[in-house]
Design a protein around this ligand. Structure first.
Ligand code: NCD
Length: 319
């Protein structure tokens, strides 16, 4: 394996799906698949990132994303620490730049950032020498979610090329939807965004997808990807009532066919955007997505820290 510390190695970040080529996406998914195989063994830890430090800097609530980044770093033997906005100096009004400069003094190799403002991870990348991974910035991007979603689809359906995905719901506030549309376009999949006119922003087709306000369009998809209604980002009423939203767009057993799979990034609002009978059905891949989050984030941490060609990764036993 090439020494990931070698000074000649360019500093790589994962700030947006736009940073990736199709080849990058496929390499990360393949690395994740071989990591999954190694996790099946009893010994769940690999020495790959021993001596490296991964800092998680989370300014927004998170369960899955933070837990999986933390565990991903540990499984690769990196030292890791997580800083949440509450209980840190962020509470005392320290700016993101000052927090980044403070953390930089500990010389972390990777900083994983979640923040309500668009571009916050880019700012951290400018003010530190760390490799920065975006774990969600406002409604802009959530690239590791899109990668774990592709991984889950590939595992369940055996392909990505030609796959048709209906993304249903609160597209307006969703970084997950934006990242997923771009990621699917890269690997030859198609996306149709479905939701009420107030929640599907005009112009979003420019990312490489179709839009419709008719839930019937979901019937033609291989995957029904349900988005959470993001109450916390809704300053004004975007839908007349949640009850009406559920009646028009809620994913019920009647709205999915047995040949489709259903996904949701979590956390789910059961009974609002997704009927519990669908969420708990065999067709739902929600738990598979959570499991994929761990191996895909391990692959991303590894990938940003190494720009090794495929053959040397194979020699290192990782790819
Ligand atoms: C998503 C997020 O935070 O953007 N959740 C997640 O990362 N699992 C989606 C959401 O909050 O609706």
């Amino acid at each position: 394996m090439s020494d990931p510390r070698a000074p000649a190695t360019p500093r790589r970040h994962l700030l947006s799906i736009a940073d990736l080529s199709r080849e990058d996406v496929e390499r990360i998914l393949d690395t994740a698949a071989s990591l999954a195989a190694s996790l099946d063994r009893e010994m769940k830890k690999l020495p790959t990132l021993r001596g490296r430090t991964v800092v998680n800097l989370f300014y927004e609530s998170s369960t899955r994303t933070l837990a999986s980044f933390e565990l991903a770093a540990k499984r690769l033997s990196a030292d890791t620490m997580s800083i949440r906005s509450s209980g840190s100096s962020v509470d005392k009004g320290e700016s993101l730049k000052d927090t980044a400069l403070t953390l930089a003094a500990y010389e972390p190799d990777v900083i994983v950032v979640r923040h309500p403002s668009i571009g916050a991870p880019h700012l951290v990348a400018r003010h530190t020498d760390a490799h920065v991974v975006n774990a969600g910035d406002g409604k802009h991007q959530h690239p590791t979610q899109a990668l774990l979603d592709l991984y889950t689809m590939r595992e369940a359906l055996g392909r990505l090329e030609g796959l048709r995905v209906a993304v249903v719901g609160d597209v307006l506030h969703s970084r997950v939807a934006r990242s997923l549309v771009q990621a699917l376009a890269l690997v030859g999949g198609e996306t149709v965004l479905v939701g009420p006119p107030t929640l599907v922003p005009r112009g979003i087709e420019g990312l490489g997808c179709e839009i419709t306000h008719d839930i019937a369009a979901a019937a033609g998809a291989d995957v029904v990807y349900v988005l959470r209604m993001q109450h916390e980002r809704m300053g004004e009423a975007f839908v007349p009532s949640l009850r009406e939203y559920t009646a028009l767009y809620g994913i019920t057993p009647e709205r999915v066919s047995p040949r489709q799979v259903v996904m949701h990034p979590g956390p789910m609002n059961r009974g609002i955007e997704i009927d519990p009978r669908v969420a708990d059905s065999e067709q739902a891949l929600v738990t598979d997505q959570v499991r994929a989050g761990l191996v895909v984030r391990m692959a991303v941490l590894y990938d940003v820290l190494t720009v090794a060609p495929v053959e040397s990764r194979e020699r290192a036993g990782v790819a």
